[in-house]
Design a protein around this ligand. Structure first.
Ligand code: NAI
Ligand code: MG
Length: 333
């Protein structure tokens, strides 16, 4: 029996996490669910976005499935972005985000790539300050964090097509981005003779992703570039409604869709739960429940192909109807 901690978070997290739970329950897997809270609404109520009890629940669980967390775009005293706080506190240093061709409209063909984003430092150390009309943010890059994320990328590439693009901006930031580039390429070339490391500047990478997405296998990069490029990658294969992700550390793991709390559609029951259901499949793989994970993914693909589809993919199904269809496809298989 595995213990799964569920953190719906904010907005559509309260719609997509219960949908994924319904799929997991219908599959009758050896899972036991506990719930915890975090996010903006938690902050408003308790004055903290991630209560200690939530940290403990994640630590005690075998894996955590999270929805999305709202973060305002203005500085709010005492507020910490929940997912970034969880990633740093639990040292979930690897954010792994697959982008794969699925049977949905306007999806590039033959795409099967993986973003491996460094999750604990970069520009996301959140050290900003303001001097009148000038604002400054620090970026932190360390050799140790760059080396360990490069190892995750190389390890994953080894089980795939053996190619890692190291994405950087060392031409403008030779000290910070340069340290990342030098460390990541060195580690891969020295320790993984069977993996090819290719370096690419982030802006050229953005263009190449759009022009030749099928040429990529694994990408590894620093926090901000990984955040931006992974949404771009999601856009190539059907959008945020279907993009899953994993936050992995040595001891703990939190699985969450790439998308946010989607305040524009929250509360209407129309969010696409696919991203969270596929995220749950990444979680099952992590728990070595490979067979049910593959079965759920093929049920999802079947419904994506034949409908009903949610609105973001041109259909008119609501969250519940789509989820029911996935469960029916799973049980019929
Ligand atoms: P978002 O991902 O929430 O939404 C972007 C657009 O995609 C919206 O039009 C939304 O309706 C649509 N969308 C997203 N997920 C969808 C789904 N499952 N089904 C159908 N449509 C979907 O990003 P946005 O609007 O930039 O941010 C909203 C809030 O979410 C902010 O407070 C932001 O800080 C937070 N956020 C949190 C993340 C996390 O928890 N990891 C990641 C990204 C944003
Ligand atoms: Mg993002």
């Amino acid at each position: 029996m595995h213990t799964i901690c569920l953190i719906p978070g904010d907005g559509i997290g309260h719609e997509v996490v219960p949908a994924a739970r319904r799929v997991l329950e219908a599959a009758r897997l050896p899972l036991r669910f506990v719930s915890a809270e975090a996010g903006w609404s938690t902050f408003e109520r308790l004055g903290t976005s991630v209560p200690d009890a939530t940290i403990k629940a994640v630590q005690d669980a075998d894996a955590t499935l999270a929805g999305a967390f709202t973060a305002p775009s203005v500085k709010v005293a005492g507020f910490q972005g929940a997912i970034r706080y969880l990633r740093r506190t639990l040292d979930l240093y690897a954010n792994v985000r697959p982008a794969k061709t699925r049977p949905v409209p306007s999806c590039f063909q033959d795409v099967d790539m993986l973003m491996v984003r460094e999750n604990t430092e970069g520009l996301y150390v959140e050290f900003e300050r303001r001097y009148g009309d000038i604002a400054i943010a620090d970026v932190k890059i360390s050799r140790s964090a760059s080396a360990r994320i490069a190892r995750v990328a190389a390890q994953l590439a080894r089980e795939r097509r053996g190619l890692v693009h190291v994405v950087h901006k060392a031409n403008v930031l030779p000290i910070t981005s340069g340290l990342f580039l030098e460390t990541a390429t060195d580690v891969i070339r020295r320790e993984y003779a069977d993996v090819q490391a290719v370096d690419i500047i982030v802006d050229a990478c953005a263009m190449k992703l759009v022009r030749e997405p099928a040429s990529f296998d694994v990408l590894v990069t620093t926090n901000l570039f990984g955040d931006i490029l992974s949404d771009l990658m999601a856009g190539l294969v059907g959008g945020l409604g279907i993009a899953p992700s994993a936050n992995l550390g040595e001891r703990h793991a939190i699985f969450e869709p790439v998308h946010g709390s989607a305040p524009d559609i929250a509360g209407r029951g129309i969010a696409n739960p696919t991203a969270t259901i596929l995220t749950a499949c990444l979680m099952l793989d992590h728990l070595k429940l490979f067979e049910p994970s593959a079965r759920i993914q093929s049920a999802v693909d079947q419904v994506l192909e034949h409908g009903p589809r949610t609105r973001d993919l041109g259909g008119d199904a609501d969250t519940e109807t789509f989820t029911d269809a996935v469960i029916a496809a799973y049980l019929e298989a």
